[in-house]
Design a protein around this ligand. Structure first.
Ligand SMILES: Cc1cc2nc3c(=O)[nH]c(=O)nc-3n(C[C@H](O)[C@H](O)[C@H](O)COP(=O)(O)O)c2cc1C
Ligand code: SF4
Length: 678
């Protein structure tokens, strides 16, 4: 048996967990009608099969009707959940993986307009900055009914055969009782710490009464709110001891911080550019103080750090949650000694940011995640070996090359630059976004292992492609910034990419016109303002950088707000003209015939890209499918079969921004769903 600390079993009460790696609760927003149906189950079973010891399903499964699903949560207050959870649990158990679920009442961390239009409740009238609902201050009958709701939900999970439940107590109703900032009830549930914890212990006692002593029950809670007037670390240690001493629970799952603002949430769940494992020592302190089973997750993305967390005795179970979204087969690769093959989580947080916008959690660079029913997490070898030629080694081209190589094909890649990466390489030049380069580096290594032939610094034309005598050609040439959006003065502006690449030096008084709303605009603002320059970001939208999304915005704002930066929404750049040695920028409005002027020394435009598609159109008439794609097959996971031109000796496809400006996920998804069947 391996002596890897990560692979040692762990005994939690009667339950033997086969190793020390768990997936902590995270709602990927995959439920259909509030139920964990086929997509949901497939997601967990894929990870169970690959060896994870414990999957904490859901994330904030709702125990009550007045805790409406704010990010498409599982409705654990409905009896029909039992059948769905039983199916999921049985299938994970068959794979040797333990299953629990996180239950919660969201309290004020939701909105009254999400489901039944019931008021949200909390132990005070204080609203949460993120969700903005003013709560009803709870009455005695609210408290009594919600205690029963928790116990009912736990009973349902026991009936479904789960190994246990975890009660959520950070930012939700449970710890809204705990924190002096959100509890101004009088006794018996407000005031002293004893009183503020009473609701929790009432809930836990009721769960024990209904589910018995054998059922596993834990609490995921904040041990330090890190907020003036909130729960301190000393409070957290005291609460930890009391939870243990109550004899009502079986494990602690430690969190540090507060989640009532985007910034707070981002410190609890750090994103790229932020420190790895920032709260691991804190969790270790709680374990040392309580000598009780301790779980924890917060940006422990790599196996070495996870191993250290266990070997050093800081944790009993280490959560690698986003790491498992990026690579569901992480544990299998550890067991097989193939750690270098693990697709790394790059902390892009596309997954989490999407659920707060009402979407489902998708991994920026693993498009099969959440799509296990249609897209493969393991590439099957092809029956016949083909010659596949790919033009462009950005994220789309590299994914196509990886997948084609894993199919066993003979793959050739042409790239004009001297190294792979395309737009990702530009992004990753900035230290804060350096982790992004792993998207390319991982694929490059996988390709090298399988003998893909790369031709860098080669601007391939149609002839060069045809010389490879290909069966399939994939054009992944990306796009170039499009800045010609002005009535006049297009020649006086530069693109955000010019700034990111260093081709154009930042000015000292700069207007950035950003109507793409993606990372490039803010990244350029970050670089320019860092030099001490004055920067104004202008957008015609109602809010700036909508594509960047909530948690990704946090590091930008932390940089930009401390510098000389302003944000101007609902104005559009109309024209630019020279004015002495300065530039006069004229702004207009979509709302009426209004004008504003600015005198600056540099104007940067971020308006997305236009496809670099010459080679595609050159090759198109010679191809057998004339470039045509069967969209039904593409969308439903089927293979391409269009033949239009009997003279054509190869099929031709175009993916990523070479088709139209989109994002990294779209580019990689284009590549996977096409190449998996070639
Ligand atoms: C899409 C997504 C949804 C999440 N939802 C929840 C949730 O409902 N409840 C919870 O306690 N944590 C939730 N989390 C946080 C994770 O459990 C975990 O603490 C976090 O991702 C940090 O661990 P990691 O760095 O290993 O991913 C969520 C995370 C993700 C990525
Ligand atoms: S989207 Fe980013 S943070 Fe989320 S799992 Fe994928 S790589 Fe990790």
């Amino acid at each position: 048996m391996s002596n890897d600390p990560l692979l040692q079993p762990y005994q939690l009460k009667h339950l033997t967990l086969r190793n020390r790696i768990m997936i902590t609760s995270h709602e990927p927003a995959y439920p259909e009608d509030g139920m964990p149906k086929d997509r949901y189950r497939a997601y967990h079973v894929e990870r169970a099969r690959a060896g994870v010891a414990l999957t904490m399903t859901a994330g904030s499964a709702s125990v009550a009707r007045d805790s409406p699903p704010v990010f498409n949560n599982i409705l654990a207050w409905k009896d029909e959940v039992v059948g769905w959870m039983k199916k999921l649990t049985d299938e994970c158990h068959d794979e040797g993986c333990a299953v629990m679920i996180q239950l919660t009442h969201l309290g004020r961390r939701t909105r009254w307009d999400k489901a039944d239009w019931l008021p949200v409740v909390s132990p005070s009238h204080e609203r949460e900055a993120s969700h903005k609902a003013f709560p009803k201050k709870m009455e005695d009958w609210d408290i009594a009914r919600i205690i029963e709701d928790y116990a009912d939900a736990a009973e349902r999970m026991k009936a479904a055969g789960l190994d246990g439940v975890e009660i959520q107590a950070y930012g939700h109703l449970m710890d809204q009782f705990w924190s002096p900032l959100t509890n101004d009830l009088d006794g018996p549930y407000g005031g002293s710490l004893d009183n503020r914890l009473r609701f929790t212990f009432d809930v836990l006692k009721e769960i024990r009464k209904r589910c018995g002593d054998e059922f596993i029950v834990g609490v995921r809670y904040t041990g330090d709110e890190d907020l003036p007037g909130g729960l301190t670390k000393a409070d957290g240690l005291e609460i930890s001891r009391r939870l243990k001493d109550s004899g009502l629970i079986d494990f602690l799952n430690v969190v540090k911080g507060h989640i009532d603002t985007d910034a707070g949430l981002t410190d609890v769940i750090p994103i790229q550019g932020m420190r790895n494992a920032p709260h691991l020592d804190f969790a270790g302190e709680i374990r040392a103080a309580t000598n009780f089973p301790t779980f924890h997750a917060a940006k422990i993305p790599d196996v070495a750090t996870a191993r250290h967390a266990i070997a050093s005795g800081k944790l009993d179970m280490v959560g690698m949650t986003r790491a498992h979204m990026a690579d569901p087969h992480l544990v299998r690769k550890v067991i097989e000694g193939r750690e270098e093959d693990i697709r790394p989580c790059v902390g892009a947080n596309y997954c989490l940011d999407r659920i707060y916008q009402g979407g489902m959690a998708l991994c920026l660079h693993n498009p099969a995640t959440g799509r296990e029913l249609e897209q493969p997490q393991t590439i099957k070898p092809a029956e016949t070996r083909k010659r596949i030629t790919i033009v462009g080694a950005g994220p789309a081209g590299m994914e196509a090359a990886r997948v084609a190589a894993e199919r066993g094909h003979d793959v050739t890649v042409f790239e004009a630059a001297d190294q792979p990466g395309g737009q990702i390489r530009l992004t990753a030049q900035q230290e804060r976004r350096r982790e992004m380069i792993s998207i390319i580096a991982w694929r490059f290594e996988q390709c090298e292992k399988r003998g893909v032939k790369f031709h860098f610094s080669t601007f391939a034309d149609a002839e060069a492609v045809l010389e490879t005598n290909p069966d399939e050609v994939i054009i992944a040439t990306g796009g170039l910034p499009h800045t010609e959006v002005l009535g006049s003065g297009n020649d006086l502006v530069c693109s955000a990419w010019d700034i990111l690449s260093g081709d154009v030096k930042p000015g000292s008084n700069v207007l950035i016109f950003d109507d793409a709303g993606d990372h490039s605009g803010l990244q350029a603002a970050d670089l320019i303002s860092q030099t001490g320059a004055k920067v104004e970001i202008v957008t015609p939208d109602r809010s700036f950088a909508p594509e960047v999304m909530a948690m990704n915005l946090v590091p930008y704002m932390r940089n930009l707000q401390k510098r000389d930066t302003t944000f101007t929404v609902t104005w559009r750049l109309m024209s630019v003209a020279r004015d002495g040695n300065q530039l006069r920028a004229t702004l207009g409005s979509d709302y009426g015939d209004f004008r504003r002027e600015r005198l600056v020394d540099q104007v940067v435009v971020n308006h997305g890209t236009r496809p670099l598609d010459d080679i595609y159109f050159e090759l198109k008439p010679k191809s057998s499918n004339l470039g045509e794609v069967d969209y039904d097959a593409l969308a439903t996971g089927g293979a391409q079969s269009i033949r239009k031109n009997p003279e054509g000796s190869f099929r031709l496809f175009r993916i990523g921004d070479a088709v139209a400006a989109r994002n990294t996920h779209a580019a990689i998804y284009d590549a996977l769903r096409l190449a998996k069947d070639l």
